[in-house]
Design a protein around this ligand. Structure first.
Ligand SMILES: [Ca+2]
Ligand SMILES: [Ca+2]
Ligand SMILES: [Ca+2]
Length: 463
C-alpha cells in the first residue's frame, strides 16, 4: 500500500489520534490480526470444508451420543410437513410460510431473495401495530398477529400476498465506480380482511443456522462490555443489547437471535419457527396459526402437533452445527484487508472475537470464537430502517450480523443476497447500505482505492 496521503489514510489519521499513522501501513501488520489464531473460527467445533456442505456439518468435537442427537435433529430439520391427517409430519398450517426448516435455511445456510415473493420461500414479513405489549414486545396487528403467513391449506385463506416496489439509489465510489442499489418498499395486497391502516411491516430473510450454540453460550456480561449506549468513547458507535421476553422462563432475557436480536434462545426461535413459519403447534406455542380464521384451533384436537423430543433434537441440531474455518489467511491481500477492517471501524461492531462459558453441551463450552459480531443493536440509518420496533430495537436498529462463513455463501447457497431482506446482491452493496452509526465506516469504504477495496473484500470473503 502507498502512503498515508490518500483519503483513507487521512481518515485513519483522524481516527487514530491514539494509534499512530505510520508511513508504511504494513508495519501495523506485525501486531495485527493474528489471522492464524482466528483459523479456529468456531473453536474446537471448526471444520475445514469449502464445499457446499460447509454450513451443514456437525461440530468437529461432538461426542458419540451428542452426534446421535445431532443427526436425529438433522433428519427433523429436513422433514416437510403436510396437511393433517397423514401418517407422518402432519399438521401444516392452517396458515404458514413454508413447509420445512430446510426449505427456508437451504443447506443450513441463507435463503435467496425469492423471484416470486409469494412462492414458498425463506422470506416473510413480521407485522405489528405501534405500541408495546405488556412484556415490552411488539403489539400483534389485529387479525394478522406478529407475522404475515402468505400460504394456507385448503379451506383457509393466506393472510395476504407480499408486494415490493423499488427505488433506485446510485452510490459513486472514489475511483469512479458506480453502484446501483435497489431500495425495497414492502406492502400487503389481497389481504383476507382489511389490514389495520397503521400496520408496521418488517422484512426478514432466513439467515444461516450454524455456530448458534456458541453464540448462545457467550456470557451476557461479555456482550455488555461492548455496549456504549451513550457513546461515551465518542467514536460514533453506540451499541445496545436487546432485552426480550422469554416464553420458557417467563422473564426478560438478553436477545441474541433474529435480525433484531428479537429472540433470547435457540429453543424459542425453533419453537416459534414451527408455529409461525409452518403452523406446527408445540409445547411452547400451542395455539394454531390464523387466529383470525381459527380462533386458535383447527378443530382437530391434535395439539401439540410436534413432540417435545423432536423439538429438542432440532434445537440441539441448531446448537451444534460446525463453523467453517476462514481461508487464504496467508494471502497478502487478505492480510491487508484485515488491517483495513480495523481501520474502517468495521471491527468496532463486527467484533472479531468472543469466548463462550461452560455449557451443558461440552462441544461448545469454553471456546474462543471468531464470529465478527458484538451481538448488539446498532442504528443503521434511514436506508435500512423498517420503522417497526421489536422490544428495545427501534425502527432503524439491527443486530450486527456475524460474518463467519460469509465468503462461502455463494458456494453453499448459490447466491450472495445479503442483509436482513436480501436487498444487497454482494458484499460491496451490503457495505454501501450501512448508515447511521456505520456512516463513517461506509464513507471510508467509499474513499478506498480500487486495490484497497479489493483487499477489504478479499478479507471479508476469506471469512
Ligand atoms: Ca397446525
Ligand atoms: Ca462508542
Ligand atoms: Ca392442529
Amino acid at each position: 500500500m502507498k502512503s498515508c496521503i490518500n483519503k483513507v489514510g487521512l481518515f485513519v489519521f483522524v481516527l487514530a489520534l491514539f494509534t499512530s499513522c505510520s508511513e508504511d501501513v504494513s508495519e501495523d501488520y506485525v501486531d495485527l490480526p493474528d489471522l492464524e489464531n482466528r483459523l479456529l473460527a468456531g473453536g474446537d467445533t471448526t471444520i475445514f470444508l469449502t464445499s457446499s456442505n460447509a454450513f451443514s456439518t456437525p461440530a468437529a468435537n461432538l461426542n458419540g451420543s451428542d452426534l446421535d442427537m445431532h443427526l436425529d435433529g438433522d433428519f427433523q430439520f429436513e422433514a416437510a410437513f403436510v396437511t393433517a391427517p397423514a401418517d407422518v409430519n402432519e399438521g401444516i398450517g392452517p396458515i404458514f410460510n413454508n413447509t420445512s426448516c430446510i426449505s427456508c435455511h437451504p443447506k443450513d445456510g441463507r435463503a435467496p431473495f425469492p423471484d416470486n415473493l409469494n412462492s414458498l420461500s425463506g422470506f416473510f414479513l413480521r407485522s405489528s401495530i405501534p405500541g408495546q405489549d405488556v412484556n415490552g414486545g411488539p403489539v400483534p396487528a389485529p387479525g394478522f398477529g406478529l407475522q404475515i403467513q402468505n400460504q394456507a391449506i385448503f379451506g383457509y385463506e393466506p393472510e395476504a400476498k407480499f408486494q415490493v416496489n423499488y427505488t433506485t439509489i446510485v452510490e459513486t465510489l472514489a475511483d469512479g465506480t458506480e453502484i446501483t442499489l435497489q431500495k425495497p418498499d414492502y406492502t400487503l395486497i389481497d389481504t383476507y380482511v382489511a389490514a389495520p391502516s397503521n400496520i408496521l411491516l418488517s422484512p426478514r430473510l432466513a439467515p444461516p443456522v450454524f455456530g448458534l450454540g456458541l453464540l448462545e453460550a457467550i456470557p451476557e456480561s461479555e456482550i455488555l462490555m461492548y455496549q456504549d449506549v451513550d457513546d461515551i468513547d465518542q467514536d460514533g458507535i453506540s451499541g445496545k443489547a436487546n432485552y426480550v421476553f422469554d416464553v420458557v422462563s417467563g422473564t426478560t432475557q438478553i436477545g441474541r437471535f433474529g435480525w433484531k436480536a428479537n429472540t433470547a434462545t435457540i429453543l424459542e426461535q425453533c419453537a416459534g419457527a414451527y408455529l409461525h413459519d409452518m403452523g406446527i403447534t408445540n409445547s411452547l406455542f400451542s395455539q394454531e396459526t390464523g387466529f383470525g380464521q381459527t380462533n386458535g384451533s383447527d378443530g382437530l384436537a391434535d395439539d401439540p402437533e410436534l413432540t417435545e423430543e423432536i423439538l429438542n433434537q432440532v434445537v440441539f441440531y441448531c446448537q451444534t452445527l460446525a463453523v467453517p474455518a476462514p481461508r487464504d489467511i496467508e494471502d497478502d491481500s487478505v492480510r491487508r484487508g484485515a488491517q483495513l477492517f480495523e481501520d474502517l471501524q468495521c471491527a468496532s461492531c463486527h467484533v472479531p472475537s468472543m469466548t463462550t462459558s461452560s455449557n451443558t453441551i461440552s462441544a461448545i463450552s469454553n471456546q474462543t470464537i471468531y464470529a465478527y459480531s458484538d451481538m448488539l443493536l446498532h442504528d443503521m440509518g434511514e436506508g435500512l430502517a423498517d420503522n417497526r420496533p421489536d422490544y428495545l430495537a427501534n425502527g432503524s436498529e439491527w443486530k450486527t450480523r456475524p460474518l463467519w462463513g460469509i465468503g462461502l455463501t455463494q458456494v453453499v447457497n448459490g447466491h450472495t443476497d445479503f442483509l436482513h431482506d436480501g436487498r444487497a446482491k454482494n458484499i460491496t452493496e451490503a457495505i454501501l447500505w450501512h448508515g447511521g452509526e456505520a456512516e463513517n465506516a461506509k464513507s471510508m469504504f467509499k474513499d478506498l482505492t480500487t486495490d484497497q477495496r479489493e483487499d477489504l473484500l478479499n478479507f471479508v470473503n476469506s471469512l
